[in-house]
Design a protein around this ligand. Structure first.
Ligand code: ADP
Ligand code: ZN
Length: 721
């Protein structure tokens, strides 16, 4: 009797066996519906040998499958990727599989979906909730649940508005085909350097074999144009392309640029998509009619019909590291997917990670260099401002020479960008009278004042409250003072210095939707902005030709973290933000405010001798046997009960096996000792690269038990060490 070995979408379960009757012809990869207790669940048929069951059920006790979905089977390379990811990151295979499949409703036969939108007709009875909903819906359309979320009202409010006719149902077809981008729509003339790099990648696309590239080009050198050529080649071969971007905010400008080059939009994939958009995209790429997908990390696990090329743009970005659920690094998984699919992968960056540089140095990745900016644009001039020599006036953060440079730019109608990686108005609020500091009740973190929102906010759990007038500790009134600057405070300073300047704050608070990000780009391009004050969100990808001045408010901020990655991260951030200056015909200047102008990071930026800086950093990693040489894995033990967390962490520490080439540090309080109300302890496992540390950890942790309140998460290749 035919058995079907099925991996269900339930992370708590391993694969289960079912009976596949004749009308349910299945093969590995088939997407099926199976009974589970009294319920039904979606799953994928898997090879028994690659994911064995814990225990075999006799033939006579098998339950029959309920059905097979009419969607293309999950192909073997993706099944292998799911297994690899699950093994490498110690995550349940079903948790990884979830990222490959849409919700079950999207799999059924229906080719339409019902969405809702405002009609413009006023409801017979208006309530504040209804008013808020209609106000915020605007031109938007979506499921009832989606509209409720966007407008911050309950679903019942939206349903009530449907009854009164203020909102109507519309039927959306998810079968509208995708138009194919045209590889020859508007190709640019490439420079010799670009041509050489593009030729190498297109050859690899033609060869249809695994080939990792590091496209290492200075900011503004035209890396995008280079990988566009490779995309064009994949399109000519009628194959699909995945482009991974680090932030949703970058999708919008990318779509425009892609459309200009290829005549049609690519398919976007990110968390902000509506259900109907998601279903249409999923079907399109699964049947192969959607050719180019641009997306966030999660697009990596989608079931492309015939993937021919993967691009990871801004490949050094930390946001490629997933810090929730399955803790994977999208850059590394992208390379693995390319290997399993036997296709080229391009990691593009002006500031590649040491891990990536090392792969190039030992010849695993082919390095392609772009050393000059495109056209007439020159690399910006970089100037350090020693804050000890030239301090800003009391209560201000912009040094006089930077103020002067800004004045000149405003005069010439050019744009300036001030960079400070701190959202909000001030990072800390304290009471002048008793010294009380506002701390988040759920996290080891200060409450950050957001003056625009009139809230104190925790940046880790979202807890927020209105700023009180009186100190909760000593009851003194009007004694609370903001300490230190955030972007809002810098924006205030700019407004005070230049009352007529048009100032925009660019952070994840202000550019939090694709529409807002697009509006920001439009205003910049139209010359409606004089000064941008922004966080790391603004450091990458953007191309504004009239932006000629960048000021780094506090270059020492990133170095305070103290982990082995601090100098590298700091260099990347400043080099990236500096890279926004002078990308057009006008030359750019970058001012870096620092208390330690002699620090290696600052010296590397000033001298342009990046190679020596990286050599020293790489050497420091080698001495510490840190990545890319040795490896780390963090074990985070958390519980709402402090005692449970510490005793479970101690138990794990005590039971660590003695293995040659492995060393366990801790437990100690994790960097965020309390997060969202959970106490966190961390153990750091250090291992020789040749050791299969995952295997050791599986056995070690698998043999232990801890109280139900305790959660244990393993972070393989953690970002900080
Ligand atoms: P990077 O991604 O390396 O920072 P971009 O690809 O954004 O650089 O290129 C910088 C600017 O130069 C963009 O406006 C881009 O359109 C332009 N550019 C780059 N290469 C060419 C080319 N060969 N022909 C015309 N414009 C180009
Ligand atoms: Zn918090």
């Amino acid at each position: 009797m035919p058995r079907a070995h099925v991996l269900l979408l339930n992370p708590a379960l391993g694969p289960l066996d079912y009976r596949a009757d004749r009308e349910h012809a299945v093969e590995p990869g088939s997407v099926v519906l199976a009974p589970l207790g009294p319920r039904q669940m979606v799953g994928v048929v898997w090879e028994e040998e690659s994911l064995p069951s814990a225990d075999q059920v006799g033939d006579n006790r098998l339950r029959p499958l309920l059905g097979v979905y009419d969607v293309p089977p999950i192909q073997a390379p993706l099944r292998r990727l799911i297994e690899w990811t699950s093994n490498y990151y110690l995550a349940p295979p079903a948790a990884v599989l979830r990222m490959a499949l849409p919700s079950s409703s999207a799999l059924d036969g229906s080719r339409t979906i019902t969405e809702y939108r405002a009609t413009g007709v006023a409801p017979d009875r208006m309530t504040p909730q209804r008013e808020q909903a209609l106000d915020r819906i605007g031109q938007r359309q979506g499921l009832i649940r989606e509209l409720a979320t966007i407008t911050d009202v309950s679903e019942a409010v939206i349903r009530g508005l449907v009854k009164t006719g203020a909102i109507e149902a519309v039927t959306v077809s998810i079968d509208t085909p995708w138009s194919s981008p045209d590889p020859d729509h508007a190709p640019p003339d490439l420079s010799d350097e670009q041509q050489l790099a593009a030729g190498m990648i297109t050859d690899a696309v033609k060869a249809r074999e695994f080939h990792p590239f590091l496209l290492d080009g200075v900011t503004g050198s035209g890396k995008t144009e280079v990988y566009f050529e490779a995309i064009a080649e994949a399109l000519r071969q009628d194959r699909q392309v995945l482009v991974l971007l680090p932030e949703i905010a970058l999708t919008e400008p990318f779509l425009k640029r892609f459309e200009a080059r290829f005549g049609h939009l690519p398919v976007a994939w990110h968390s902000e998509l509506r259900q109907s958009q998601r279903r249409r995209a999923w079907r399109g790429l699964a049947i192969g009619d959607a050719k180019v997908v641009v997306g966030a990390r999660s697009a990596l696990f989608l079931p492309y019909r015939d993937l021919g090329l993967i691009i990871v743009d801004e490949a050094h970005e930390t946001s490629f590291k997933q810090e929730d659920g399955v803790l994977y690094h999208a850059r590394d998984v992208a390379v693995m997917r390319a290997k399993l699919e036997a296709i080229p992968v391009v990691l593009a960056s002006a500031t590649p990670a040491i891990e990536t540089r090392q792969q190039a140095a030992i010849g695993r990745y082919t390095e392609l260099k772009l050393t000059a900016r495109h056209g007439a644009a020159e690399m910006p001039e970089i100037i350090a401002i020693d804050l000890l020599q030239e301090p800003p006036p009391r209560g201000r953060w912009i040094a006089p020479s930077l103020v002067k440079a800004m004045a000149e730019r405003i005069e010439r109608k050019e744009q300036s960008l001030l960079f400070l990686n701190r959202r909000g108005y001030a990072p800390l609020t304290l009471c002048r009278s008793c010294g009380h500091r506002f701390q988040c009740p759920n996290c080891t973190a200060w409450m950050v004042e957001h003056r625009l929102l009139q809230r104190l906010q925790c940046h880790h759990c979202g807890h927020n409250m209105p700023p009180p007038r009186a100190c909760p500790e000593c009851k003194e009134e009007d004694a609370l003072v903001a300490c230190g600057p955030g972007v809002e405070r810098i924006a205030d300073e700019v407004a005070a210095l230049f009352p007529d300047a048009r100032v925009v704050i660019a952070t994840s608070d202000t550019l939090n939707t694709p529409a807002r990000a697009a509006e920001f780009v439009e205003r910049m391009e139209a010359g409606d902005v004089d000064v941008v004050v922004g966080t790391q969100l603004i450091t990458k990808g953007y191309h504004f030709p009239e932006l000629t001045l960048v000021g780094v408010i506090d270059a020492d901020l990133g170095l305070s973290g103290g982990d082995l990655r601090a100098a590298e991260r700091s260099f990347q951030q400043i080099a990236q933000v500096a890279g926004r200056a002078g990308r057009g015909e006008k030359p750019g200047t970058v001012y870096i405010q620092t208390h330690s102008p002699g620090a290696p990071v600052i010296q590397a930026l000033l001298s342009g001798d990046v190679a020596s800086f990286y050599e020293a950093e790489t050497e420091a990693r080698r001495m510490a046997d840190a990545p890319p040489f040795g490896r780390f894995a963090a074990i985070i033990v958390s519980s709402e009960k402090l005692d449970d967390a510490t005793s479970a962490a101690r138990l794990i520490g005590r039971s660590a096996p003695r293995v040659d080439g492995m060393h366990v540090f801790g437990p100690a309080p994790a960097p965020l000792a309390m997060l969202r109300g959970r106490h966190r302890q961390r153990l750091l496992v250090h291992a020789r690269r040749s050791l299969d540390v995952q295997d050791v950890m599986r056995e070690w942790l698998g043999a232990l038990e801890w109280p139900r309140s305790v959660r244990v998460a393993v972070d393989v290749d953690p970002y900080s060490f």
